[in-house]
Every structure is written in structure tokens, then in C-alpha cells.
Design a protein around this ligand. Structure first.
Ligand code: HEC
Length: 688
């Protein structure tokens, strides 16, 4: 340990170049840098060193770039891969696959054997192998330079809706990936797959929905793997390269909110898997939610940490959740380092549904977000807002975690469907054992409704679209747009194109025929349902469907709970105690009226440095990039970005100068807010 620190100190003193070689900072995913040129004493002088505007539209790419050998590799909002000079931001090359990507594409993967320098860049369902020096596809890899993740799943590739939203991870000569699938059926199974970095050939695959004879098969109905889907890793992974163990958190099974066709615990959905990285064999697993009915995916990559226990150092894996919890396990055998309690929860009263009797909760650390909406947690921002909230609250079911949704009445989900923790990941400081996690802290609601009978365009809409855009097509702005006023703004053809290709978090719908797609587009434009011929009816009718994601917002659009609405937390993983907790983000309009430090929704993670700093942007409304004192949580510096920085930053050193870079996109900004795609690099003024 001491030699390591000494070596780090020497390299920093000598101003040696330092990379940010992988998503999450490296295979352990702890988002830590031993750089200290920028530190508590001088961070106030931090200024923009360069800005690179990708000038490729806007979207929600959520990209954390990587920096290798002085070159920064990033993605544009439409998923072109780009290489920039890390010191100046000057573009070196661009790779345009010819496919316009949309939505998250959180990073790229770099692999080298000393001779070849390969970048793996995803566009929708494809992974391209590029020569890192030129940006040109490597013809020997896969099919003329790319592989297609829709293939090899035992189902018709043309009908699979798959995109790669978080990059894979390298172990030796393997590129290991998950994928993002739809959250309602039809959905492909979320197999974890390892591909040969040279050829693109499949080397192993792990079935997250077990086949006959495989462990966990009996936690599903017979043959579930042939018809159900998801249980996928969309959030990213970590790998212990010394031990050869891969850590894979998975999401819920499809459909998210009604599981009558998947009665049982549903292993390995909502599970942290420890697999042998070279073969994909299971070593241990921990299922965080049994038979998930709340979309409680593990939403973030794990962090491989080392903690102090009874005077000894223990290699551990930390996994944060949407519920606001941190689980901590011995990395080798999966034993919890803080006791886990299995608590009883209510049964479901929805016909056909069977909720699990018990769910596991960590007894420590305490949750980093509030756990139950009660009347005394409702907003007091104005008397009118409070009165409104009380009236709404009395109509809601609010029993804390794991209360199954009901038909015809809204149930509170708190923290909401977007956490708690989210995809930005957490930072861990090996010097102190502190773990930094940012969180959302507002309530959402959800309910189920009986699916319509017969074959109509309304039914096709309800089956495929209403879970996100809502029965009333009101969506959940800003993330999920309303579809009520599209006429004049979009043609039926444009709407059909969105349905066929997907858009951001919205999957594509290869299961719908051209006639279905056109009929749904007409329905959205006119609001009038038409009967459909039997041949056009949806293929997978579920008896109950989700009616839409709804934030509990007051009539002025602010969260209907008391602040803080977003937080940054520092938790000591040696003890499970909090070192500090501060609100993260503001609403500029409220701050101007004196209502400051409310916290706000935030998406994108922190990094921590040996310079004593935690850097984080992430806040949706104030477009700030901030540096906090990592020991105390004191705000030491902030700058306003051109667009909200809904991504995780990186830091590196080049030519004796330390840089901190954030991708500003406005990806989660309110509708009408500024959006774009600019990499912004900060450094101390030259010569200081
Ligand atoms: C998993 C959630 C989800 C589902 C299911 C879904 N959408 Fe979307 N949809 C979104 C999101 C998120 C966006 C915004 C994407 C963006 O702009 O990047 C969107 C955008 C759209 C748009 C563009 C609206 C605009 O203002 O630009 C249309 C049209 C649309 N969806 C229609 C549909 C239809 C029709 C279906 C069903 C066939 C559907 N969606 C299913 C989440 C979803």
C-alpha cells in the first residue's frame, strides 16, 4: 500500500502523463484518480481549457469518454465515435457508421496487446472494432468490422430489439457485454456474452434466464426462457483481473410490473452475479429483488473496493440500488459484510400475480434516500402546493418499499423509478474508504389497468406504448415526451420511423407489422381508435398493463415532497456510517426566490481524486459542474455548463497539466432547455 502511494506520488510530482483508460476509470469501476495537481487549495482557479462541440444534434448520450495516450475518445449524440487531442480538444478522426444512434451510449472500450490498438464502439445493436489510431473498422473482426448483438440468441434476429447502452469490459482477450432490451414482452433474454477481441466470435454466454438443467431453472415456470425476456445487464460491469472474477448486476425480467407469466423468484433477474471471467461459470450470486414488480433493476455498475474489517483489509464489491441502499459483499465468496435481513412484504391482489413473501434489505449503511412517503414528508413550498399534495396523498397507497402495484389506484414508489442511485456509478476513495453516491429523492407513482379486449389501435398502443407514454399519452416529461400534440410537429411517417428505430430509452418494435406501426401512428395523431383485423392484433397480450411512470409533482412542476430532491452522500464503507450528505443541485427559478440548495433530479456520477476533491455535474436544471471537498462535503468550486452535464466526468494528466472533462448535453434537461453535445475540459490556468 505504502509503496503504491509512494509510486503514485512520484509520478504525480514528475507530472507524468496519466490516462483514464476505461469506463468507470478502470476494471474496478471506482472512478478514482491519484492525480493532485488540481486540489483543495487551487480548485477555485479552475477554468475552461478547451471545448469541443460535436455539432451532431442533441440527445441523451450519457457518455463518459476515455483517454489513452493523450487521445480522448468520445461519442456524439448520434453515436459517431470521435478522437480528440486531450490537450487541445482538436479533432483527430470521426467514425460514422452510417446509422444514426439515439439515446444512451455511455462509453467505448479500449484493448491493446502492445501492437494492435482497438476501440470497441457500439451503435444500436452493433459493436464495431475500430483501429484507435485511424478510426477505421478492423475488417477481420466479425462481419467486416462489426458484430450484431441480435444474433445468436436462438430467436429471429430481425425481431429482436437490442441496443448496447453501457460499454462492455475487457478480460484478457475477451470483450464481455450485456445489452438493453425492452421492459415489456416481447423482449430477448439478457444473456451475458463474451466475444473474442480478435475475431468477434462468441466465446461464452451465461443465461440470465436459465435453460433446463441450469441452476435457477426452477425459479421460473417451465420453459420460461423460450418466451420471456430481459434480466439483462444494461448498467455495466466490473472485473477483478487478478482473481479472474467478473461482477454483473442485472435488471428485472419483462414485463416490469406484471409477472403472472413468470411466477417464481426469477433468477438471475435483479441479481449481482460473480462469474468466472474466462468461462462465464457462476461462482456466487445475490438476488436483490425476488420476482420484481417495481422495475428495481440494479441500476449502476458495481465498485470493487477494499475495506477494513476487524483490523484486516477485505476485498469487497459494493452495489448501490434504486431503493437507496448499498450492499457490500466479500468479493471472493459473496458473504455480506453488513448483515442482510429478509423482511416480509404484502401479497399482490392483482389476479394471477404472486409477489414474493420476503425481500432482502441491508441493515447498514442506512438508506441514502427516503423510504416512505407520509403526510409529514409532503411539500410545504407554498400553502397551495401543500394543500394539493395532501389531497393527492390521501388518494394514494403509500406503504414504503415492495408494496405491489394495484389496479385502478396509484401506489407510491419512493425513491422513484429512477432511483435512488442511477447509471452514473459511484466513486470510491482507497485512501479513506469513503464511497460517494449521488441520488434522486422524489416520489413517483404507478398503477396497473386491465388490458383492453378485442383488436383495436388503442389496444396496440396500450400494450406497447402506454407503459411509458401513459394511457392518456401524457408521458412523463421531460424524459418521456407527451404524445398528445404531435400533429403539426410530426407526420405519421416520422412517428412510424421512431417506432421502428426506437429513440433513446424507447426500444424499437420489430414485433409490430408495418400495418400495426402505421395504425398506431394514426391513433397518436388523431386520438381515435380503430378496429383492427385479427391478423394485426398484438402477439403477446398481457391481462394487466402498467399505466405509465408518473412523478409526484405539484401543480407548478416541483417535486411534491420536501427537499432535498437530490443529494450527494459520502459513506464510510469500513464502518457503514455517513461522513457527510449534502443537497445536489437547484432549480434556478426557486433559488432566485431564495429557496436554495433544494437538491434536484440528477443523472451522471462522481469521480474522486487524490487532490481531495469530488467532481460531479449531473444536475438537470442548474447546468452546474461542481467540486466538493471529499472529506467534508464543502462546495469548493462550481461552473455553469452550456448544457446540463448528464454524464460522469473524467480526469487525466497530459504534458504536465491535469484536466477534468465533462460531456455537457442537456440530455435530462427540461423540455425547451438548451441541448447539444459539448466536451468541456477544465484545467488550472497555464503557468500556475
Ligand atoms: C420504454 C419506454 C417507451 C416505450 C415503451 C415507448 N416509448 Fe416512445 N419514447 C420514449 C422516450 C424516452 C422518448 C424520447 C426519446 C428521445 O427523444 O431521445 C420517446 C419518443 C417517442 C416519440 C417522439 C416524440 C417527440 O416528441 O419527438 C414518439 C412519436 C413515440 N415515442 C411513440 C411511441 C410509440 C407509438 C410507442 C409504442 C409503439 C412508444 N413510443 C413506446 C419512451 C418510450
Amino acid at each position: 500500500m505504502r509503496t503504491l502511494l509512494l509510486l503514485a506520488a512520484i509520478s504525480v510530482l514528475s507530472g507524468a502523463d496519466h490516462d483514464w483508460p476505461a469506463y468507470g476509470g478502470g476494471p474496478a469501476g471506482i472512478r478514482y484518480s491519484d492525480l493532485n495537481q488540481i486540489n483543495r487549495a487551487n480548485v477555485k482557479q479552475l477554468a475552461v481549457a478547451w471545448t469541443y462541440d460535436t455539432a451532431d444534434g442533441a440527445g441523451d448520450p450519457q457518455t463518459q469518454p476515455i483517454l489513452i495516450g493523450g487521445i480522448l475518445y468520445g461519442l456524439t449524440p448520434r453515436h459517431k465515435a470521435i478522437a480528440l487531442d486531450g490537450a487541445t480538444g482538436k479533432p483527430l478522426w470521426t467514425f460514422d457508421s452510417g446509422i444514426a444512434g439515439r439515446g444512451p451510449n455511455r462509453s467505448m472500450v479500449y484493448w491493446t496487446d502492445g501492437n494492435a490498438h482497438v476501440l470497441f464502439a457500439a451503435v444500436q445493436s452493433y459493436i464495431y472494432a475500430l483501429d484507435a489510431r485511424t478510426g477505421k473498422p478492423i475488417a477481420d473482426f466479425g462481419n467486416a468490422g462489426r458484430i450484431d448483438l441480435r444474433e445468436g440468441l436462438g430467436r429471429d434476429p430481425a425481431k429482436q430489439s437490442i441496443v448496447l447502452t453501457s460499454p462492455g469490459i475487457i478480460y484478457q482477450d475477451l470483450l464481455i457485454v450485456g445489452d438493453r432490451t425492452p421492459e415489456a414482452l416481447p423482449a430477448p433474454t439478457g444473456d451475458i456474452r463474451a466475444f473474442d477481441v480478435h475475431t468477434g466470435k462468441l466465446r461464452w454466454s451465461f443465461h440470465t434466464i436459465p435453460h433446463p438443467g441450469e441452476f435457477g431453472y426452477d425459479t421460473w415456470p417451465t420453459d420460461a426462457w423460450t418466451y420471456t425476456g430481459a434480466a439483462n445487464n444494461w448498467a455495466g460491469m466490473a472485473v477483478d483481473r487478478t482473481r479472474g472474477i467478473l461482477y454483473v448486476p442485472t435488471g428485472s425480467a419483462a414485463s416490469d410490473f406484471y409477472g403472472a407469466d413468470r411466477i417464481g423468484d426469477d433468477l438471475f433477474a435483479n441479481t449481482l452475479l460473480a462469474l468466472k471471467a474466462d468461462t462465464g461459470e457462476r461462482i456466487w450470486h445475490f438476488q436483490g429483488v425476488r420476482h420484481d414488480l417495481w422495475d428495481r433493476d440494479f441500476p449502476t455498475p458495481p465498485c470493487l473496493v477494499t475495506v477494513k474489517r476487524d483490523g484486516k483489509m477485505v476485498d469487497a464489491v459494493a452495489q448501490a440500488t434504486k431503493q437507496g441502499w448499498v450492499y457490500l459483499f466479500d468479493r471472493v465468496n459473496g458473504k455480506p459484510l453488513f448483515p442482510i435481513e429478509y423482511r416480509r412484504y404484502p401479497a399482490s391482489d392483482v389476479p394471477g400475480e404472486v409477489a414474493a413473501d420476503t425481500q432482502p434489505l441491508p441493515t447498514k449503511p442506512a438508506p441514502f434516500a427516503r423510504q416512505q412517503l407520509t403526510e409529514d414528508v409532503l411539500t410545504t413550498r407554498t400553502p397551495a402546493a401543500h394543500a394539493w399534495a395532501v389531497e393527492q396523498f390521501r388518494k394514494l397507497r403509500s406503504g414504503g418499499q415492495f408494496v405491489p402495484l394495484a389496479v385502478g389506484q396509484d401506489t407510491v414508489v419512493f425513491p422513484g423509478f429512477d432511483g435512488g442511485a442511477e447509471w452514473g456509478g459511484q466513486a470510491f476513495d482507497p485512501e479513506t474508504g469513503l464511497f460517494y453516491v449521488n441520488a434522486n429523492d422524489l416520489a413517483w407513482t404507478g398503477s396497473l389497468a386491465q388490458a383492453a379486449e378485442g383488436n383495436s389501435t388503442r389496444r396496440t398502443y396500450q400494450t406497447n406504448c402506454a407503459n411509458c407514454h401513459g394511457d392518456d399519452r401524457a408521458g412523463a416529461p421531460p424524459q418521456i415526451p407527451a404524445l398528445t400534440n404531435l400533429s403539426g410537429r410530426m407526420t405519421a411517417q416520422q412517428i412510424s420511423a421512431v417506432i421502428r428505430q426506437g429513440a433513446g430509452r424507447m426500444p424499437s418494435f420489430p414485433n409490430l407489422s408495418a400495418a400495426d406501426v402505421n395504425a398506431v401512428a394514426q391513433y397518436i395523431l388523431s386520438g381515435e381508435s380503430k378496429e383492427l383485423a385479427a391478423a394485426d392484433s398484438p402477439k403477446t397480450p398481457a391481462r394487466y398493463r402498467f399505466t405509465g411512470y408518473r412523478r409526484l409533482l405539484d401543480p407548478d412542476g416541483y417535486p411534491a415532497v420536501e427537499p432535498p430532491w437530490g443529494t450527494l452522500n459520502a459513506i464510510n464503507l469500513n464502518t457503514g456510517e455517513y461522513a457527510w450528505k449534502v443537497p445536489l443541485g437547484e432549480y434556478p427559478a426557486l433559488a432566485a426566490q431564495g429557496m436554495k440548495e433544494t437538491g434536484s433530479e440528477n443523472y451522471g456520477g462522481p469521480i474522486v481524486t487524490a487532490g481531495g476533491l469530488v467532481f460531479i455535474a449531473a444536475t438537470n436544471f442548474d447546468r452546474k459542474f461542481r467540486a466538493f471537498d471529499k472529506s467534508t462535503g464543502a462546495l469548493l468550486w462550481e461552473a455553469t455548463l452550456p448544457f446540463s452535464g448528464n454524464a460522469t466526468p473524467i480526469t487525466y494528466q497530459l504534458g504536465g497539466r491535469q484536466y477534468v472533462v465533462i460531456y455537457a448535453t442537456g440530455g435530462k434537461a427540461p423540455r425547451g432547455g438548451p441541448t447539444g453535445g459539448a466536451y468541456v475540459a477544465f484545467a488550472l490556468p497555464a503557468g500556475k
